[in-house]
Design a binder for this molecule. Structure first.
Ligand code: SF4
Length: 428
């Protein structure tokens, strides 16, 4: 697979006709945030005649507004002056810290222990689900500009937050029979060779009968469908799925699709059919982001196509408060409008997609809508998943705010006495 990053990415953009001014922006933004595009994304998904406004170009290529103006100017001045590599690296590291590299400290929080040892690279936040970040799966076939894991891609040190030994996963799960679901995530677990993936997944089939569902969170269907079709060990991957299904497990490919175009190529359709033939299912999710899919008709089209292809629409997420959030983020009010309009455009079968949902520190918070509470306009919210199971499903309110983009920007209602955060133990 051919990849383009750094200077090769600049060369690719230049070869495909992007003007010199854009190439400078690309270099400046790319000195702070990570970008990588593979040949499939460049050749099959991006419509170069529509760049830079093409949604897949916006998804995968730098834009100057992805950096705060002062950071952009600082980095541009250094690059224009031909600053030495070390100085550039130091300035980039300082700039990265300004971009909230660890939103909600997700990777540090919820880390379990085994025999008194921290298992970095595992997250156990919700009773029934464990997330695994295998050390060999901490990159992706291409990078999304809005990725909340971008900090992992720019700093080797972050790799310590990945799990190295499959025996630690199995060992932990043996002692936690309440865990029914294991979600392999990354980066992208499908970046691992099947032989490596097998070392992680197979022991779960043999040693942890309490684990009933294996989920694989991946963007490989969108960015590199050959992983499931003609890739060197694609057949072996299909055998792995089949054996997990034959062992009575539910195998779910949690596919990240950001735009309906990602579902249109012959390659992705073949990949989807092959996955289904193993008995595995595919569920689809993505964040709602400006410049890429902030358009209800794009979501309706995406959900409808997913249903036709046998994929279950699952989540519409809210963009996280990190990295290029200024560029990709949208107010919650706008997210709600887009979700409601998109849902109205599809039949009940595609309304399995829940949203807009914030994967926030205390849990997955869904915005149901707005209402008047004690005469005051309010957001109506609830937890779909929560650190404390008793919070799930209890509606709560926050003051309506047309600018708020994330859970921690929400405020209590002033008149009604309804508190926010909603539960005393959460406020504490
Ligand atoms: S595929 Fe997922 S982990 Fe990889 S860059 Fe995109 S959002 Fe991030």
């Amino acid at each position: 697979m051919k990849h383009y990053a750094n200077e090769r990415l600049a060369q690719l953009a230049q070869d495909r006709g992007m003007p010199g001014e854009y190439i400078r922006d690309l270099r400046v933004v790319g000195s702070v945030l990570p970008f990588k595009v593979n040949e499939y994304v460049a050749d099959e998904l991006i419509d170069w005649s529509a760049a830079p406004d093409d949604p897949i170009f916006r998804l995968t290529f730098p834009h100057r507004d992805m950096l705060p103006a002062d950071v952009f100017d600082r980095m541009a001045a250094l690059l224009d002056a031909g600053a030495p590599r070390d100085e550039l690296r130091r300035a980039a590291a300082a700039a990265q810290l300004e971009l909230n590299p660890h939103p909600g400290d997700q990777l540090e929080a919820n880390v379990p222990t085994l025999d008194g040892r921290r298992l970095d690279g595992l997250q156990h936040k919700y009773a029934e689900t464990v997330l695994v970040f295998p050390s060999q799966g901490q990159t992706c076939h291409s990078y999304c500009g809005y990725c909340f894991r971008w900090a992992q891609f720019v700093s080797q040190a972050e790799l310590r937050q990945a799990l190295r030994d499959p025996a630690d996963l199995t060992g932990y799960l043996v002692g936690h029979p309440e865990v029914t679901d294991v979600l392999f995530t990354g980066g992208d677990p499908m970046i691992m060779r099947t032989e490596v993936l097998r070392r992680w997944a197979e022991p779960l089939l043999e040693e942890t009968p309490s684990v009933r569902t294996l989920r694989f969170g991946t963007k490989a269907l969108a960015y590199w469908p050959a992983r499931f079709t003609t890739g060197p060990d694609a057949d072996d991957l299909m055998r792995l799925f089949e054996s997990a299904v034959a062992a009575g497990r539910h195998v779910a490919v949690m596919a990240h699709f950001s735009h309906p175009r990602e579902l249109e190529t012959e390659q992705v359709r073949t990949a989807i059919a092959r996955i289904h033939a193993t008995g595995a299912v595919i569920r689809a999710q993505a964040p709602l982001v400006a410049h890429v899919n902030d358009d209800a008709s794009a979501w309706s089209r995406m959900w409808q196509t997913q249903v036709e292809l046998g994929i279950t629409p699952y989540y519409m997420f809210v963009e996280r408060d990190t990295g290029a959030r200024n560029y990709f983020g949208l107010p919650l009010v706008r997210a709600l409008e887009i979700y409601n309009e998109a849902v109205r455009g599809v039949s009940g079968l595609a309304r399995t997609a829940r949203g807009p949902v914030m994967s926030a520190g205390p849990g997955k918070v869904m915005i149901h809508g707005t209402a008047a509470v004690g005469g005051e306009k309010a957001f109506v919210l609830s937890f779909l998943q929560a650190r404390r199971p008793e919070w799930v499903g209890r509606p709560f309110f926050a003051a309506y705010d047309e600018h708020a983009q994330w859970y921690d920007e929400l405020k209590p209602l002033s008149a009604s006495g309804a508190s926010f955060p909603p539960f005393p133990e959460l406020a504490a």
